[in-house]
Design a protein around this ligand. Structure first.
Ligand SMILES: [Zn+2]
Length: 66
């Protein structure tokens, strides 16, 4: 599963919504008028599907394994 993030409008930082969904479930989920407490600025941010995105997985290290 992949963590769902929104962007804090105050600090511009990624903010976890606390949801972990696969993309298919994300498409089907009712994601409207959600709210989440923000650890960056301390406020409550409301969000909807349009605001949300998946955490980009870290890039795999390329190159040969020694
Ligand atoms: Zn915030």
């Amino acid at each position: 599963m992949t963590e769902i993030l929104i962007r804090c409008p105050i600090t511009g930082k990624d903010l976890s919504t606390g949801l972990d969904l696969i993309p298919e479930a994300f498409e089907k989920a009712d994601l409207r008028n959600r709210s989440v407490g923000c650890p960056h600025c301390g406020q409550i941010h409301s969000w909807s599907r349009e605001d949300a995105y998946f955490r980009t997985p870290p890039e795999r290290e390329s190159g040969s394994m020694s």
